[in-house]
Design a protein around this ligand. Structure first.
Ligand SMILES: [Fe+2]
Length: 200
């Protein structure tokens, strides 16, 4: 099964800056995604995207929401239509005239799968947060205190254990850090406290 998108342009330039309201995005999210574990993953990635846009990039509230929306909807079609991931959500958001930068970030969140290179900061951070966030969450579930007291060293240890959260691609994580120009250490340290605040 190939998920290659076979295109490099997403959305229409005239629609730059257009977004769904939070209510519209939530409706789409709960309509399409029924699996609570996937919902949590998407909400975690959405929160990390918003925090990075706000704290590191110091972008306006308007742009922060575009980052957050890309995180919130990046796997929206994975639950019900895995064979059409992420073609289906992109086409749907195109019909809704959503901003091309959001569409492009979703399209490039797995370059090895979708064949679209992450270019912008939004693209690169969505790719960087996606797999690593999942591994850190899996680690929290096996710790008695969850996120409490979790440190970077512990996460790196789990990362090196290939059998731990085996479906998480270590290759993608390293590739994403390189592309984003941040160290693995820095990225993990950013994720832990912020992801801890997303309620299950
Ligand atoms: Fe994801």
């Amino acid at each position: 099964m190939s998920l290659q998108l076979n295109r490099t342009e997403f959305g229409h330039p005239d629609h730059h800056g257009r977004v769904l309201s939070r209510e519209e995005a939530d409706t789409l999210f709960y309509d399409w995604v029924k699996n609570p574990r996937l919902q949590l993953h998407m909400r975690q990635v959405a929160h990390l995207m918003m925090c990075w846009a706000k704290e590191v990039q110091q972008l306006s509230a308007e742009v922060q929401w575009r980052w957050e929306m890309a995180g919130l909807l990046h796997d929206a079609d994975w639950d019900q239509w895995p064979e059409q991931h992420c073609k289906k959500i992109i086409e749907h958001l195109e019909q809704l005239q959503v901003s091309p930068d959001v569409l492009r970030a979703i399209a490039s969140h797995g370059p090895a799968h979708f064949g679209v290179e992450p270019v912008s900061d939004m693209d690169k951070m969505l790719y960087a947060f996606d797999e690593l966030s999942g591994l850190i969450h899996a680690y929290s579930l096996m710790r008695p205190g969850g996120y409490e007291g979790m440190d970077v060293k512990g996460v790196i240890k789990r990362l090196k254990e290939k059998s731990f959260a085996a479906s998480v691609s270590r290759e993608d994580i390293h590739d994403a850090c390189l592309r984003a120009g941040i160290s693995l250490h820095e990225l993990i340290a950013f994720i832990i406290p912020r992801q801890a605040s997303v309620a299950a």
